[in-house]
Design a protein around this ligand. Structure first.
Ligand SMILES: [Zn+2]
Length: 175
């Protein structure tokens, strides 16, 4: 990014774009947290910054880990090389998640490289297979409408966003 775009950039997320459209950037503050030399390091630093903010109890607009998109791809890559990060995330143990990320920078960067290079459809299919093996699918999900033996799907209320496989929604009954 050049200097001018950097100065005017406050984020690409839906929520921040709405705020800017409504009120402009006048009340917003931006702090530079780090400078990365390459894309993998940038992804890593973003993930650590988000994990740290979440650990400190911040309310975040970003609901996922940061790092490469789409979210299921980095989740799957972490399952493959650093499952303890995913267990901490599933347990919403923000301290542990942050600690695992910072203690395993090389491994997290390996997951980021995998996520960036993986063909997305293969990854989503693989992720769905993993979910079938790990999630309790014995009851339908009241949140997204997934039936018995079907995995939960993201964005069930949206006709335009992708309906990717996802871990069970909180309200899905277990056996
Ligand atoms: Zn669901």
């Amino acid at each position: 990014m050049d200097r001018k775009s950097l100065d005017s950039y406050f984020g690409s997320g839906h929520a921040i774009q709405e705020v800017i459209a409504e009120r402009g950037v006048a009340g917003l503050e931006k702090r530079l947290l780090a400078v990365a030399e390459d894309q993998v390091t940038l992804h890593y630093l973003e993930m650590v910054a988000i994990a740290e903010a979440r650990k400190d109890g911040a309310r975040l607009l970003n609901g996922d880990f940061g790092g490469p998109r789409p979210f299921p791809v980095i989740q799957r890559a972490l399952w493959a090389v650093l499952p303890q990060a995913m267990f901490a995330a599933l347990l919403k143990d923000h301290d542990e998640f942050h600690s695992v990320l910072t203690r395993n920078q090389t491994t997290v960067e390996e997951a980021i490289r995998d996520a960036v290079s993986a063909p997305a459809t293969d990854v989503v299919d693989g992720f769905e297979r993993d979910l079938r093996a790990t999630q309790d699918l014995s009851h339908p999900c009241p949140t997204c409408g997934a039936t018995v033996d079907a995995v939960c799907r993201s964005n069930s209320k949206s006709s335009t966003k992708p309906h990717n496989p996802t871990v069970n929604h909180r309200g899905r009954p277990r056996s």
